[in-house]
Every structure is written in C-alpha cells, then in structure tokens.
Design a protein around this ligand. Sequence first.
Ligand code: FAD
Ligand code: MLT
Ligand code: ZN
Length: 472
Amino acid sequence: MQPGLVERLAAIVGAAHVLVDAEVVRSYTTDWTGRFSGPATLVVRPSTTEEVAAVLQACAASHLPVVVQGGNTGLVGGSVPPPADGVARPAPVVLSTVRLAAIGPVDRVSNQVTAGAGATLAGVQAAAHAAGLSFPVDLAARDTATVGGMVATNAGGLHVIRYGAMRSQVLGMEVVLADGQVLSRMSGLVKDNTGYDLSQLMVGSEGTLGVVTAVRLRLVPHQPQRAVALLGVDSTAAAVALASELRRQADGLSAVEIFYQDGLDLVCHHCGLEPPFSAERPVYLLVEAVGRDDVIDQLASVLADTGIDDEATAVADDESGAARLWAYRERHTEAISGIGVPHKLDVTLPIAALADFERAVRLAVAGVSSDAVVVLFGHVGDGNLHVNVVGPPPDDERVDAAVLELVASLGGSISAEHGIGRAKVRWLGLSRSPAELATMRAVKDALDPEWLLNPGVLLDPQVDGGSASGDE
Ligand code: FAD
Ligand code: MLT
Ligand code: ZN
C-alpha cells in the first residue's frame, strides 16, 4: 500500500468509503462465476462524477491500476483484479460505482431518462414503468447488474431480437478518462453528427477506456400485453427453422430462446420446479410476443401455421404464467453454477451454422475432457448460444480453446454479449484482425497511455495475438 493513499482518497470520498479491511475488500475480488479472482489494494466508492475524476487523478499520480466494478454480475472476469501472478503490479484499486445510483426523472417529451452508472437495471425498468414507458433491455441479473456495467459490456439479454442490445439504447454519456478528464454528452440529441461518437466508443469497452458515471437512455412504449409459449421440438435444426419462421410471421416477437432437455432437468432439480409438461423433447424454444391487443391469439395462430406439437406446448398470457415459463430458461445460469465452477463461452454463429455447431461443440468438448458436463442454452433468435462447461478446473483453458476455435472456423464471434474480460483475451485474434487489434490498442494508448484502467481486460499485447497457444 502506498503511504498516504488511503488519506488522499478519504479526503475525496470520505473515510467511510475507502475500504481497507481485508475481509471487506475480499468481498469485491471474486467474480460471479467464482472462476476469476485477484487481490486489490483497497476499494473506493465515489458518489459523484467529480469524485470519480479526483480518484482517478490520485490513482494516476501514483501509477496505480484501477478496476471498475458495477454489480459484479459480469461472466468473463472483467470486474475483478487479475490473479496475484497476473499482469497488474501493484494490486489494483477497485472503484465501485455503487454510490452513483441516482435515476433522474423520466423525460416524457423525449421519452428518455438519465441514470447513474450504479443504478440497477431493475431500478431503471421500474422508473420507466412508473412513467408509462419501458426500458427495453432485460436480463436475469436485473436486480444487481448496473447501467454502467451493461454499457461497458454492451449487454444483450432477452429482447435483442426486437430492440437491439445496450448500444441501441444509449443516447449520451458522462465518462471520466484515466487522467481525470470528464467527457459529458448528455443532451440526448437523437441526431448529432459532429465527429467521433465518443459515447458509443465507450460501449463495449469493458472499463478499459474510462469510467462511465451516467448514461442518457432511450425508453420505448409500454406494451400492455404479453404472450409466452414454451415449445418442445426434435432438434436444433427444427428450433432454428421455427425461429426463422417466427421472425418472418409473428408481429411483436420479443424473444426466441433455446434450451435442451439436460438443462431443463438441471433447472427443475436445482430450483425445485415441476417440468412444464409431461412430454419430453430434446430441445425447447421459449417464444414471447408483446403488443397492445390480441397478442395471444396472434401468436397462437402463427404457431398453429407452423404445425405446433400440442403434447409439448405450454402457453401463458398472464404475468404469473409467463414468469413460470420464463423461469425454465432464466434459471439456467444459477442451476449450472450449482454443479460447479463453469467455463462460460458465450458465442454467436451465423444462424445457418447453429445446428452444425451444436453437434460439433459437444464432440469438441468431449475430445479434450471426456467427463465434462456441457449445458447449452441461449438466444437462438440472435444466433447466440451459451456454451457452459463444468468439470475442467477453472484454470484449464483447453476446453475454452477448443470451443472458441470451432466457433471461428464456422464464421462466428467468440463473444456475443458477455464481452472478452479476462476470460477470452488470448483468443481475441480469432474474431479480430491484426489491423483491428492494432487500432484498438492505439485507441487505448491515446485514452489511457499507462494502461491503468482494467489492465489485462479485453486487450493485453502479451497475449491477445489470436493464437490459442499464445505463442504466435
Ligand atoms: P460488472 O460485472 O461489475 O462489470 C462488467 C464489466 O464492466 C467489467 O469489465 C467492469 O470493469 C466494467 N464496468 C462496470 N461498471 C463500469 C462503469 N461504470 N464504467 C466503465 N466500466 C464499467 N449478460 C448479457 O449480456 N445478457 C444476459 O442475458 C445476461 N444474463 C445474465 C444472467 C445472470 C444470472 C448473470 C449473473 C449475468 C448475466 N449477464 C448477462 C452478464 C452480466 O449481467 C452483464 O454483463 C452485465 O452487463 C454486467 O453488469 P454489472 O453492473 O454487474 O457489471
Ligand atoms: C443468459 O442469457 O441467461 C445469460 O447470458 C447468462 C449466462 O450466460 O449464464
Ligand atoms: Zn445471454
């Protein structure tokens, strides 16, 4: 610990918000999955943009790395320090955004709201709802995930098929750079062609370019009706075909999600749920549509045209019924973590390659770890599958390499929505060309010349060259 550091930071945020007790600091240093963990010098909790700027200036003056942490629900290790033998020396300061949680009044003229980086997704959704509007991004970690973390990861979630990911909701941002400069662009102008869009540059930057302190978000009309159908089908290919048909036919389609019988069994066992219907099918599709009226009838008629299998179908158009069906899909994450520390490989494929990938990925994992448990689920409407592998030790990366190399060989991306974090830095070159990597490093050099923000996350010149063995 640098002499005087605690006092300098305490003078900025107040002594109560500089956390140095080892036990307390430890509660910030392991990620949600339990796979990534590393020591921190201390935790600092600023409550305003000015305090964030002063904290970053103090850290820069001491050449101290800073790890930004929102809700710590990220799944690629980006919100916690690197392991003791990792890249950061000395151990980083964790900057928690928990006190930047204000949500402004909803502006019903522009249909926008300003939210602090530390505001939770559920908080923003509730504020929008109270004003007769909706915030269109949703994910199961809604009670804990923050606006800042969702912007930093360009979170996707359950409704990308209808509304786009977090990037599509961002109309402005306040962000503090590594040297303490504040960039503020919060007027919410829908059109603004005055050069580089620096707010959008921050989206998906995973805390490596600046600390987001507030975001101007677009809101969408509230859709009073919602219909959900859970359908058992015979194969991934059938699920993909049905998803494509629904995209063509179903007005108001807001989610098309996939999971498999083994995942359903795991969820039912872990959460104490009864299966949705007595018939079993290898693959399940959860479909949601929203609208103003007749939503359930419209969805039922589209499904009837596609040759619905009555034995393996459940439908709901009331809140509790919809929540019951969604639980089978949403609770996969916690159920998988219930059986061990997962390797979480969140990937997108061209839709046409998804069925081949599903078959090939199971073989690829078996090829490197014969007793690994593989659980697949995801957002099939976006071509996004979550490949979860439990069994190999957290630091055994052979399975990660096998899956990500397969994805690249089929023309996919190694990260659909969770980001690169610490988990996938070695394989970034599978999805980004040398010229793109060089440009990204040049941006990093320009905004954070000492590479103090989130060192080892997303970019690491020592290891992000694209070779699975790291030796090219
Ligand atoms: P953190 O985990 O705290 O941080 C994530 C990254 O953002 C880190 O690199 C961190 O340094 C950076 N960061 C955080 N705050 C800031 C800031 N203010 N400024 C700059 N950088 C910052 N993700 C999806 O995309 N879709 C899903 O459907 C989805 N479902 C999930 C379900 C569960 C049960 C769980 C546990 C996670 C899920 N996630 C999902 C992953 C996770 O919720 C998202 O990545 C989310 O965006 C992380 O938000 P957070 O506030 O927890 O960020
Ligand atoms: C989800 O879609 O539920 C998430 O992205 C979380 C996960 O992959 O576990
Ligand atoms: Zn997801």
